[in-house]
Design a protein around this ligand. Structure first.
Ligand code: GLP
Length: 245
C-alpha cells in the first residue's frame, strides 16, 4: 500500500483530484468509481478547478457512484445521484449516458445489483476506484462484519446517516432506507484504488486500517491486500503515522 502524505488540507484535495484527472488524461475512456461525502466533496471541487484550467477531454470517460441511498428520491439533494451529478458530471461535461448510478427505488434490488455490476463490466471494469472511509472503517455502505467476498448488495444504513437522511428528506417514518453498495470484492477487482482520508476524526481508523490486522471487522483493512492501492492523507489524518515527513 502506497501512502501519500500531503502538507495541507488544500494540497490533500488537489493531490487526490489529480489522480482522477491523470487517469482521464491517460485513458480517456476510463471507468472511474466515485464516492460521496464531505471528503470527496472537496476532492470534486479541486477536480473541477483542475479541469477548468487544463480542459482535458471528458467525453468518453464513464463515472459511477459506488453507493446510493435507497427509498428516497434521486432529486433529494443528499442522494448520491444528485451529489455526483452536481459535483462532477455537470461541471466536467460528462455525457449522461456515461454516468452510471443504481436506482433509488425498485421492487427488486437483487436484480438491480446484478444489472449495475453488468453495466460496469460491459464497459471493461473499473480502472480507478476512489474511496472515502467511515469513522468505523466502512467502505461505501459495507459496514464492519461485511465478508470480503461480498458483491453488490443492499446493506443497512449507518445509524447517524439514517437519522440525518430522514430529517432532511422528509421520508415517512416507516420508509425502509437502505444502502445500495458495491461489495468488498468489487472494490478489490478495481485495477487501481485511491483511498482519501482527511481530518483528525479519521486519524485513528486510517492508521488501524493500513497498519493493523486485516479483518472484515475493519472493512478498509482489506486494501492492504491490493497491489495498486494508494492512500492520500492530510496532515491531521496522518497524525499517527511515524514515517510522515
Ligand atoms: C458514507 C458513504 C461512504 C463515504 C463515507 C465517508 O458512509 N457511504 O462512501 O466514504 O460516508 O464520508 P465522509 O467523507 O463524509 O467522512
Amino acid at each position: 500500500m502506497r501512502i501519500t502524505f500531503t502538507g495541507s488540507a488544500e494540497e490533500f484535495y488537489f493531490v487526490t483530484a489529480s489522480r482522477i484527472a491523470d487517469m482521464i488524461r491517460q485513458k480517456p475512456d476510463a471507468v472511474i468509481g466515485l464516492a460521496t461525502g464531505r471528503t470527496t466533496t472537496g476532492v470534486h471541487r479541486a477536480l473541477c478547478q483542475i479541469h477548468a484550467r487544463e480542459k482535458f477531454d471528458t467525453s468518453r470517460v464513464t463515472v459511477f457512484g459506488m453507493d446510493e441511498i435507497t427509498n428516497v428520491s434521486r432529486l433529494f439533494p443528499g442522494s448520491c445521484y444528485d451529489m455526483l451529478l452536481k459535483q462532477v458530471v455537470i461541471p466536467l461535461g460528462i455525457p449522461m449516458e456515461n454516468y452510471l448510478m443504481p436506482p433509488t427505488y425498485s421492487d427488486d434490488f437483487g436484480r438491480e445489483c446484478r444489472s449495475f455490476e453488468e453495466a460496469i463490466d460491459k464497459r471493461g471494469g473499473v480502472d480507478l476506484q476512489i474511496l472515502g472511509i467511515g469513522e468505523n472503517g466502512h467502505l461505501g455502505f459495507n459496514q464492519p462484519g461485511t465478508p470480503f467476498e461480498s458483491t453488490t448488495w443492499l446493506s443497512r444504513m449507518d445509524e447517524k446517516l439514517d437519522e440525518r437522511i430522514r430529517r432532511e428528506s422528509g421520508s415517512a417514518p416507516d420508509a425502509d432506507l437502505g444502502g445500495f453498495t458495491i461489495g468488498i470484492k468489487n472494490i478489490m477487482m478495481s485495477r487501481s484504488i485511491v483511498l482519501a482520508a482527511n481530518g483528525a476524526a479519521k486519524a485513528d481508523i486510517v492508521h488501524k486500517a493500513l497498519c493493523g490486522r486485516i479483518s472484515p471487522e475493519l472493512p478498509a483493512s482489506v486494501l492492504q491486500l491490493h497491489p495498486f492501492a494508494e492512500t492520500v492523507l492530510d496532515p491531521e489524518a496522518a497524525a499517527l503515522f511515524e514515517e510522515k515527513k
